[in-house]
Design a protein around this ligand. Structure first.
Ligand SMILES: Cc1cc2nc3c(=O)[nH]c(=O)nc-3n(C[C@H](O)[C@H](O)[C@H](O)COP(=O)(O)OP(=O)(O)OC[C@H]3O[C@@H](n4cnc5c(N)ncnc54)[C@H](O)[C@@H]3O)c2cc1C
Length: 96
């Protein structure tokens, strides 16, 4: 399973230069392309790759953060909240 992070700042109102560093080695063709490497997207990709005959690409928005300590360190999770570099900042309507 490949994981790609090609489109920084999508929907955040911010403008960044695209970071395509994680696209090196990506094939031109996959059996399945999963858009969004969040909870459900990664569950689906994980299930699909249980079949070794199947190729799967996960496309996740944002910069390449594979080596970012703020992502890799669980204790730093709260530092990501409301941080537009990491957090989409979407809000729901008030909940009852
Ligand atoms: C602060 C917080 C704490 C939470 N705690 C819990 C908890 O303890 N237990 C629990 O069960 N749930 C918890 N939740 C809820 C849980 O995180 C969500 O319900 C779940 O992640 C939703 O999964 P999803 O796959 O629908 O969306 P997401 O996990 O949000 O995945 C969507 C993915 O798509 C990506 N994406 C969006 N647009 C594009 C695009 N154009 N191109 C490529 N990729 C794109 C996003 O970056 C994201 O990675 C919490 C949520 C928040 C905000």
């Amino acid at each position: 399973m490949e994981s790609v992070l090609p489109t920084p700042g999508v929907g955040t109102g911010t403008s960044h230069q695209a970071d395509t560093s994680s696209t090196s080695g990506v094939s031109k063709q996959y059996d399945f392309i999963v858009i969004g490497g969040g909870t459900s997207g990664l569950v689906i990709a994980n299930r699909l790759t249980e079949n070794p005959e199947v190729t799967v690409l996960v496309v996740e928005a944002g910069e390449n953060r594979k080596e970012d300590p703020q992502i890799l360190t669980p204790a730093l999770a709260s530092s990501l909240y409301d941080n537009p570099t990491y957090d989409w900042g979407f809000l729901s309507v008030p909940q009852v």
